[in-house]
Design a protein around this ligand. Sequence first.
Ligand code: GRF
Length: 194
Amino acid sequence: MDAAPPIPLGVLASGRGSNLKNLLQSGFRVAAVATNRPHCGAAQIAREWGSPLGEFPQSRYDSRVERDRAMVTWFKAQGAELIVNAGYDRILDPVFVHAFADRILNLHPSLLPAFGGSMDAVEQALRAGVKLTGCTVHLVVEEVDAGPILLQAAVPVLDGDSVDTLRARIQAEEHRILPEAIRLLAQKSPSIRQ
Ligand code: GRF
């Protein structure tokens, strides 16, 4: 596999943090991790790896726009140049989207546009009875799960799959395509300092 590009990443995360861990283990330069859930697995991984961690629970702010403005300021102060939503469970305010226009990647556990706009895409795929689902890495625009798609990976739904077994196979693909999408974007965007 190609070496990780030395772009300073800002990672937004709220969950288990397996994608964050995979980026760290793959040698990506994680300049900063921001979370809205200070007790989540991703926050713990950032602490273990010594990545600067910004805690931005919504309860500390009067509005989403205030919180997201604070995150922009903090990410910029840490030198983050490309933002990666790796399991971030909030919708970004337009203020954030414009501050890092064309430099925010989102990871979604379905083949968009199928099962977009939701936090339970894996459950929805199972309920719908589709035989094929997967994951998508796309650029973030104001509309949720609607930005240009960079990479997708298909994952078959097997007889007897549960949410957990299907999610595990989707995540294995996420761990492959997220780093690849970061490399792609780094190559396509010469304006991003490396
Ligand atoms: C991933 O499945 C991603 O598609 C979704 O949130 C999950 C995050 O997983 N947006 P993890 O926290 O990286 O393990």
